[in-house]
Design a protein around this ligand. Structure first.
Ligand code: HEM
Length: 409
């Protein structure tokens, strides 16, 4: 065998944020999937982890919360400090069954199809307003002027956040999650200060809503009861903080990558302009192509076998969604972008126990955004190379300058 048939897997470092900043390292993910799909990956800042790149393994781990826990060490790569772990376990994404089921039952009362359909008309109007502003010129910075505004608006509407507070909350959510990027969070304190400020804000909201329920998701959350139990103010505050981050960063990223991907695939863009009924499939394919989150973590609760490897109790397992989303065992021509791919079992929203509660809202937002955008402007071009986020967790784009022509009405 030659060296090229046995690539040196020790050269692969999926923790290196500067690699992800250049774009998803698909070559590495492909090599891992074909050579060692359940791969022991050392890390300089931790005990090492199992890197999963196959669709079936990501599925198995996500749907086996008893064996692969979110509670043990949270859903992020690095072990949290004891007090952060304590808080993480009070957020839905850091819980295991049975507590997770109870909590999810409580909050999903606010994410019903009815809440979503009530929001749909006003979301359509807001999207048209934001995109309509593009008519006034022939260039924009797409991330802040378009992609970021709609998710913050949706979550604020859902939660009853007044207009005047939305921009500040957006800045805080950015500083909180994108703390690997020195431009976004210049010091470790920036992220901590952001969480303290959001926390204070949410506590005041809880007091206000209890005294004077507005009928928003916030008051629904505070009033909802499962098994005779309600959310405490502290649980609400943590959930609010999580929602702001979970809803904003991800949908903004999917919108920015969606446009970038369509610019890279002008035929697909043209087909969408001619036939908007292809939009739902295009959104699924955009999510498969550029998952907004690179990975989430579980921790093994017992010694067990996974994909032919022996995993020890306490081992860290990372599910790399950009790898599983291009698994040739599930996706034909996985490296081809096809807006009419059916079925499309992309895993960007997770699977099973913790499947994204905001998936329907995110899908709706993306469909509305691209329908509106392609109907409003044409000849979209990049005015400069997009600037990506320095992060091994969020597939973010910080800046994307574009030029375009406004369509005749
Ligand atoms: C394109 C946009 C989005 C993507 C790619 C995304 C991705 C994800 C993923 C991968 C998970 C699973 C986490 C795990 O398995 O540990 C998740 C969970 C979650 N997401 Fe999203 N998300 C998006 C938008 C949203 C929005 C808009 C909201 C709310 C407004 C939201 C709220 C949640 C919540 C509450 C959970 C936790 C569910 C649970 O633990 O049971 N997400 N999301």
């Amino acid at each position: 065998m030659t060296a090229s048939t046995h690539p040196d897997l020790t050269k692969i470092d999926l923790t290196d944020a500067s690699v992800w900043e250049q774009g998803t390292p698909h070559e590495w993910l492909d090599i891992l999937r074909s050579e060692d799909p359940v791969h022991w990956h050392p890390e300089s800042d931790g005990q090492g982890f199992w890197a999963l790149t196959r669709h079936a393994d990501v599925h198995q781990v996500s749907t086996s919360p008893g064996q692969f826990s979110s509670y043990a060490q949270g859903p992020l790569r690095l072990d949290p400090a004891p007090d952060s772990l304590e808080q993480m376990r009070m957020i839905i994404i850091g819980m295991d069954p049975p507590d997770h089921r109870t909590f999810r039952g409580l909050v999903s009362k606010a994410f019903t199809p009815k809440t979503m359909s009530d929001l749909a008309d006003s979301l359509r109007a807001e999207t048209a307003r934001v995109v309509g502003e593009l008519r006034e010129k022939n260039n924009c910075e797409f991330v802040t002027e378009v992609a970021a505004r709609i998710p913050m608006w949706s979550i604020s509407e859902l939660m009853g956040v007044p207009e005047a507070d939305r921009h500040r909350l957006y800045e805080l959510s950015h500083a909180l999650i994108d703390d690997q990027d020195p431009e976004v969070a210049p010091t470790p304190e920036t992220s901590m200060e952001a969480s303290v400020e959001i926390f204070g804000y949410a506590s005041e909201m809880a007091i206000r809503e209890r005294a004077n329920p507005s009928g928003s998701l916030t008051s629904l959350l505070l009033e909802a009861e499962v098994d005779g139990r309600k959310l405490t103010d502290f649980e609400f505050t943590l959930f609010f903080m999580f929602l702001i981050v979970a809803g904003n960063e991800t949908t903004r990223t999917a919108s920015s990558h969606g446009l970038l991907t369509l610019l890279d695939h002008p035929d697909a863009m043209q087909r969408l302009v001619q036939d908007p009924s292809l939009m739902p499939g295009a959104v699924e394919e955009i999510l498969r192509w550029e998952p907004p989150i690179h990975h989430f973590r579980r921790t093994a609760t017992a010694d067990l076998d996974l994909g032919g490897k022996r995993i020890a109790a306490g081992d860290k397992v990372l599910m790399w969604y950009p790898g599983s989303n291009r698994d040739p065992a599930v996706f034909e021509d996985p490296h081809t972008f096809r807006i009419d791919r059916t079925p499309n079992a992309q895993q960007s929203f997770g699977i099973g126990e913790h499947f994204c509660l905001g998936a329907n809202l995110a899908r709706l937002s993306l469909r509305l955004l691209f329908t509106e955008l392609l109907g409003t402007v044409e000849n979209i071009q990049l005015a400069a190379p997009p600037r990506r986020l320095h992060s091994n967790l969020i597939n973010g784009i910080k800046e994307m300058q574009i030029t375009y022509d406004v369509r005749e009405r």
